[in-house]
Design a protein around this ligand. Structure first.
Ligand code: ADP
Length: 352
């Protein structure tokens, strides 16, 4: 187990593409960190630099107090689980899990103990004599995790480990990874483009866009107090709704609504009077009310909740109601906002 420290890390590829800009992060021993962001934002590059599979162009990587910036992967004591969990087809599950230890010429008795212990944790005890092709996709992914576990590394790295699995298996395997983290208490860094995985797995999320860290915080912090428009729109599904609004002395004026500001909102927005800001409202914060009208385009029942898609003052909006509803196209629903997020339109930063 280990702590990690990434200081001012940059990555410029040979073709002059800068994939990562000034990445800073301290990871505590046993912490589960998820790097999340859209494709191409630099997540894998960051993970691969930690693993030692890519050079660090500038900056420092410290693992357990030791500067490993220039060290080869084998000296970093890190195990990485990839999305295409290439197992050796001709070997049994046991042999696949034992492979790295056999290479290291560890004592066969120790290997046996470690493989059995990892198989037990992962529910693979009955599969050890089988070949990979006899296993399901989910089981094969667990074998890939088993190969990492037997090495008892200081740090586990996961690069989109669930993206080859179907939706149901993804949910189940995600929960297994969470249990695995609790059981091993290991330091884990996990890369995904899926905000649900980030929210459900992470102790802390690092949200990235275009090579830059946008915000680091607990899932609740990112969900409840997003630092900027990017994080606000990336975290949360369906995404937050955004409306341009004029700030007046006592009110907020948008197309199709006119909202009285309370005292704390007035204080928050005092420097924006006369300016346009971006108002963000999560779908569950559009509630039945009388401040404005939601014109319905589509009613989507999800069981206990309903997504009602439509427009407010001509702008697209999605509400999430906590009950089954059956609105028809053209229905007009009276609504209010019960929680608002304000963003500076120029800097895109949250107004706090
Ligand atoms: P993510 O994991 O978030 O999808 P990556 O870290 O894979 O993003 O890529 C970040 C950026 O770096 C992208 O613009 C990608 O095209 C570029 N990139 C990735 N690998 C290489 C490489 N080997 N050579 C040059 N550019 C690369």
């Amino acid at each position: 187990m280990a702590s990690l420290s990434l200081k001012n890390i940059n990555k410029i590829y040979d073709n002059n593409v800068q994939a990562v800009f000034d990445f800073n992060l301290d990871v505590a021993d046993g912490e589960f960190i998820v790097l999340v962001g859209p494709s191409g934002c630099g997540k894998s590059t960051t993970l691969r630099m930690i693993a030692g599979l890519e050079d660090i162009s500038s900056g420092t990587l410290i693992i357990d107090g030791e500067d490993v910036t220039q060290k080869p992967p084998k000296d970093r004591d890190i195990a990485m689980v990839f999305q295409n969990y290439a197992l050796y087809a001709h070997m049994t599950i046991y042999e696949n899990m034992a492979f790295s230890l056999t290479l290291r010429k560890e004592d066969p008795n120790v290997i046996h103990e470690k493989v059995l212990a990892a198989a037990e944790i992962l529910g693979l005890t009955d599969q050890l004599n089988k070949k990979p092709k006899q296993l399901s996709g989910g089981q094969r992914q667990r074998v890939a995790m088993g190969r990492a576990i037997v090495r008892t590394p200081k740090v586990f790295l996961f690069d989109e480990p669930l993206s080859n699995l179907d939706a149901k298996l993804r949910g189940a395997t995600r929960r297994e990874i969470l249990l695995l983290h609790k059981r091993l208490g290991a330091t884990m860094l996990y890369v995904t483009h899926d905000q649900t995985e980030a929210l459900t797995l992470a102790d802390r999320i690092v949200c990235m866009s275009m090579g830059y860290v946008q915000q680091v915080g607990t899932p609740l912090e990112l969900y409840d107090t997003p630092a900027n428009l990017f994080v606000a729109s990336f975290i949360g599904l369906p995404p937050m709704n955004f409306f341009d609004c004029e700030v007046e002395e006592n009110k907020l004026v948008g197309t199709g609504f006119n909202l009285k500001l309370n005292d704390s909102e007035k204080e928050l927005l005092k420097y924006y009077v006369g300016k346009t800001i971006t108002l963000g409202v999560r779908p569950e914060n559009i509630v039945k009310g009388s401040d404005m009208t939601l014109s319905v385009n589509l009613n989507e029942n999800l069981g206990q909740t309903t997504l009602v898609h439509g427009t407010i003052g001509g702008h697209k909006a999605t509400a999430k109601f906590r009950e089954w509803s059956d609105y028809k196209v053209g229905d007009e629903v009276g609504v209010s906002f019960d929680r608002k997020h304000f963003f500076d339109k120029d800097t895109t930063k949250a107004i706090r």
